[in-house]
Design a protein around this ligand. Structure first.
Ligand SMILES: O=C(O)/C=C\C(=O)CC(=O)CC(=O)O
Length: 211
């Protein structure tokens, strides 16, 4: 019997969160291996973890005898090997729209406000995070005018939605005024109650602090 997949994750890491949603959507049972990003200078920077992901970032997913890294390629792998409950639209134009929204978040917003970047910015960190998220959301709000239905791309939950929800959490963490982005807010509210999104939420993880 194939062994159970293991997800190396941190409760409020956006990239881990995206993969958690995909795993649950696709009905994949997995073990959760917490990697604390802050404690003792970060477990992700220790050699033991870097043997799984040389970039020292979460997530890493051990599945099918492979150790996979980078959230979007992981999600694409799950899509290709477990096509049920697809997270990419069939139609190529919509597929490109979903990937574009995911990529705006994955490379255009999130890395500019992740832990490593903010640690390097010192006093400027809150203002910088606020600016990059606001600029990115302004662009996304426009992109969504031509792609959205109930969710980011039509009425199907896609890879774009998997990226949007953790980014909205970061927006609230940095007090971004969401009233300027009514389409993003509407989509966020439609996604939040879906079971895979509840299961993946930062509040519901084994390593979520019990505050
Ligand atoms: O303050 C902490 O708890 C440390 C790390 C994070 O939240 C995760 C990030 O770096 C942001 C993100 O993944 O979007």
């Amino acid at each position: 019997m194939a062994s159970k997949p293991v997800l190396y994750s941190y409760f409020r890491s956006s990239a881990s969160w995206r993969v958690r949603i995909a795993l649950t959507m696709k009905g994949i049972d997995y073990d959760y291996a917490p990697v604390h990003l802050v404690k003792d200078g970060g477990e992700q920077n220790k050699e033991e973890y870097k043997s799984k992901n040389p970039m020292g970032q979460v997530p890493a997913l051990v599945i099918d005898g492979l150790t996979l890294t980078q959230s979007l390629p992981i999600i694409e792998y799950l899509e290709e090997t477990r096509p049920d409950n697809p997270v990419l639209p069939k139609e190529p134009g919509k597929r490109a729209q979903a990937r574009a929204i995911a990529e705006v978040i994955n490379s255009g917003i999130q890395p500019l406000q992740n832990l490593k970047t903010l640690q390097a910015l010192g006093d400027k960190k809150t203002e910088w995070a606020h600016t990059v998220i606001s600029n990115g959301f302004e662009a996304l709000e426009k992109m969504l005018q031509s792609s959205a239905g109930k969710y980011c791309v039509g009425d199907q939950v896609t890879i774009a939605d998997l990226c949007l929800i953790p980014q909205c959490y970061n927006a609230s963490r940095f007090s971004v005024d969401m009233t300027k982005y009514p389409t993003i807010v509407r989509i966020k509210e439609a996604l939040e109650p879906l079971p895979a999104f509840v299961a993946a939420d930062y509040n519901n993880q084994p390593d979520t602090p019990k505050e």
